[in-house]
Design a protein. Structure first.
Length: 339
């Protein structure tokens, strides 16, 4: 390529970068993000970030990965993924590997609390901003993460359980299928469930076993439940994947009268609510959490934001309960990685 061609290419690239920065500034300004941050993120050298969440088998985690990569491209962040594989031991090995490398910032959703403390502490001690996503890596007073971006899991569990109990008329039999017991998000959802059902003395809780976010485990549990319990009026699941897996078992057994509530409001669950196969779900905003981790990391590196000063130590990222009335709008927001 001639010198003239290189010069033309350079000018074109500069013009494209400037146009992108202007468009990003306008777009993010409309979303409440500082235009200065949007422009500053388009550095000549891409930032390098490492991400991990509980396991890409879960649709919530897979959507989060897509969101992180989409927002990463907007902010010129190169995202490298370390899959947790829905296994605490495997995720620990992945994070040990992550901690042996150099990153501009890191974002992690732990499969279980306390399982990743040592390698995360190693990265923090090296000066790497670590953003905690959705579930606690360790209690916030025990580890100096940059920030913790998470929904109010107790609210999510309580809101869906309340909707189910109201639909049951305050009486009947209900089952809760939990996620991983060491996951602080699952702990919060269970607490919300228990707080609500205690207010209904005529509602009996038949079972609360965990399925560890695993659709195969959830299906096996529900094969057993449908054989064991002739009456089940409602079921609360800690995520939509398990809820829909159980629905397939219910359908095969002709037990589709069971009211189903889930968490995450993933696209298949939004469709199921619209069609009446699920009664309710609530949005755990994976796009807002994973995209927010990109914004938080960029703000730390290029904008100089400090933990507890420029950004709060804990950022609540709640989404709404999804009904037929708001399902279409929720789907649009997810399609554009906004919630």
């Amino acid at each position: 390529m001639s010198g003239t061609d290189k010069s033309s290419t350079t000018r074109r690239d500069l013009l494209q970068s400037a146009a992108f920065a202007g468009a990003a500034a306008a777009m993010f300004g409309g979303l409440g993000v500082s235009p200065a941050l949007a422009q500053a993120a388009r550095s000549e050298k891409p930032l390098k970030a490492a991400f991990s969440n509980a396991g890409l088998q879960a649709t919530w985690c897979a959507q989060g990965k897509q969101a992180a990569e989409w927002w990463g491209k907007l902010f010129n962040v190169e995202v490298t993924w370390f899959d947790g594989q829905l296994d605490a031991v495997k995720q620990r090995a992945a994070i040990d590997n992550m901690a042996s490398q150099k990153w501009d910032f890191v974002a992690i959703q732990a499969f279980g609390i306390g399982t990743l403390t040592q390698p995360v502490q190693k990265m923090i001690s090296a000066g790497t901003p670590v953003i905690d996503m959705d579930t606690l890596i360790a209690p916030l007073d025990q580890i100096n993460v940059h920030s913790f971006l998470a929904p109010d899991n107790e609210f999510m569990g309580a809101s869906v359980t309340q909707a189910l109990c109201n639909a049951m008329g305050g009486k009947g039999k209900i089952i809760m299928t939990q996620g991983a017991l060491g996951h602080t998000g699952a702990q919060g959802r269970a607490k919300g469930f228990n707080t609500v059902v205690k207010q209904f003395p005529n509602i009996e809780v038949l079972d609360t076993q965990p399925a560890d976010w695993d659709v195969t485990k959830a299906a096996r549990l529900w094969e057993t439940y449908l054989t064991k319990y002739p009456q089940i009026d409602a079921a609360f699941f800690h995520n939509d994947d398990m809820a829909l897996a159980a629905y397939n078992i219910m359908k095969a057994r002709n037990r589709t009268n069971i009211l189903i509530g889930g968490v995450d409001a993933m696209p298949p669950a939004i469709q199921a609510v619209s069609e009446g196969r699920m009664f309710a779900t609530v949005r755990n905003p994976s796009c807002r959490i994973h995209g927010g981790a990109i914004v938080a990391g960029v703000a730390a590196v290029t904008g100089g934001e400090k933990s507890g000063q420029g950004i709060p130590k804990h950022v609540i990222t709640d989404g709404p309960v999804v009904t037929k009335a708001n399902a279409a709008g929720m789907q649009w927001m997810e399609n554009h990685f906004l919630i």
